[in-house]
Write a protein that binds this ligand. Structure first.
Ligand code: PLP
Ligand code: COI
Length: 351
């Protein structure tokens, strides 16, 4: 790969940002990484000022939705060092998504060197206050032109970043879905494809209208098994056992999920990765053994669920003093922000 060219902005926006009051993903750092795929190969990425892009109306992204993305975070520690969390897993998953959407895979060096260069240029944008971080959004889409329904011959990888606070404000209430499906066997559910999210918006809006924040997706075939939430994987605690569904071609293989499984085991918590039915959860609610439910994801970190709805009934989760959610959230965020030992080797310093 050739040297990454950097063009710096002449008008930094950083002084307009209130780092003590950050929402999620709504203000964007000064620069972005851009990498084009043309003539059968990825070109050397470049860092340029954050700016709009111009596309031909026949670009295939608009017609056939060839679009994938990732979600990551950069953190600052008290010594002002910059850390990522398992970034190679995001790169690998981006390529798993790319393959499924017939998008050419991105070489590791382009992704990692590009990301590190961008983070160094926009280092001042990485929040230092607790609970905030720099949300990183790598995305790839088809710029190649034509109405023919076939994969494009040109693509763009962009990495944009946004200093961000919490994804959810307040308690999360979820609706267990009985009718709509997020994904199906043989489908695209395991990929981080833009279309997976577009397909969720309408049923999620119906749930929001009823007072819930997110939908918990169930399997498309029977709607009997809990799968995942709109933007996070789901964990359920029955008595002192922590349960999460197995990944499949319908479910996103979350990096937070697999880290939580390892941390929980390390904490001595009994973890079961197995299918779990809605019926089992409702029975546990009714007999008092359902202790906690929480979502896990990069944006959401660990978001405790306060209650859920199913078939017109609402079920509240108990309010416990010491929760697995709080314990696991502390453990993972301490690793991410270099406050605790990282025996798993997940932390990655940007130097
Ligand atoms: N499931 C879905 C549908 C998501 O969008 C996300 C967010 O990335 C996750 C799960 C959690 O994945 P990760 O922990 O890798 O962010
Ligand atoms: C993430 O957690 O990074 C995600 O991509 C979820 C997103 C839909 C906000």
């Amino acid at each position: 790969m050739n040297q990454i060219n950097i063009t710096k902005t002449t008008h930094s926006k950083i002084n307009d940002v209130d780092f003590n009051n950050l929402s999620f993903g709504s203000i964007f750092s000064d620069h972005m990484l851009v990498c084009d795929y043309k003539n059968g190969k990825w070109e050397t990425p470049k860092v340029i000022p954050y700016q709009p892009i111009t596309l031909d109306p026949s670009s295939k992204i608009f017609h056939y939705g060839q679009s994938i993305f990732e979600g990551m975070k950069a953190y600052k520690d008290s010594n002002n060092n910059t850390w990522l969390f398992r970034p190679l897993d995001n790169w690998k998953r981006l390529n798993i998504s790319a393959k499924r959407l017939a998008i050419p895979e991105i070489p590791e060096e382009y992704f990692m060197e590009g990301l590190k260069t961008l983070l160094k240029v926009d280092e001042a944008w990485i929040p230092r206050n607790e609970g905030s971080s720099l949300y990183i959004r790598p995305f790839v889409f088809a710029t190649g032109q034509g109405f023919h329904a076939s994969p494009a011959n040109a693509y763009k990888l962009i990495i944009a970043t946004a200093p961000s606070g919490a994804y959810f404000s307040g308690k999360v209430k979820v609706l267990i879905e009985e009718k709509y499906s997020r994904s199906a066997n043989g489908g695209v559910g395991y990929a981080k494809a833009g279309g997976n999210y577009a397909g969720q918006f309408y049923p999620t809006q119906l749930a929001i209208d009823k007072g819930y924040n997110q939908v918990i997706w169930t399997d498309d075939n029977t709607h009997e098994y809990i799968e995942e939430a709109g933007a996070m994987n789901i964990f359920i605690r029955i008595n002192d056992t922590l349960i999460t569904g197995p990944t499949s071609d319908r479910i996103l293989d979350g990096i937070t999920r697999k880290s939580i499984i390892e941390i929980a085991k390390d904490e001595g918590i009994n973890v079961e990765v197995r299918k779990i039915t809605v019926k089992e959860v409702i029975e546990a609610s009714n007999n008092g053994s359902l202790k906690e439910m929480f979502g896990a994801g990069t944006a959401a970190v660990i978001s405790p669920i306060a209650g859920y709805g199913y078939k017109g009934n609402d079920y509240d989760l108990p309010e416990l003093e010491d929760t697995f959610a709080a314990r696991l959230k502390k453990r993972i965020t301490d690793i991410q922000t270099n406050k605790a030992e990282d025996k798993f080797g997940w932390r990655y310093e940007v130097k």
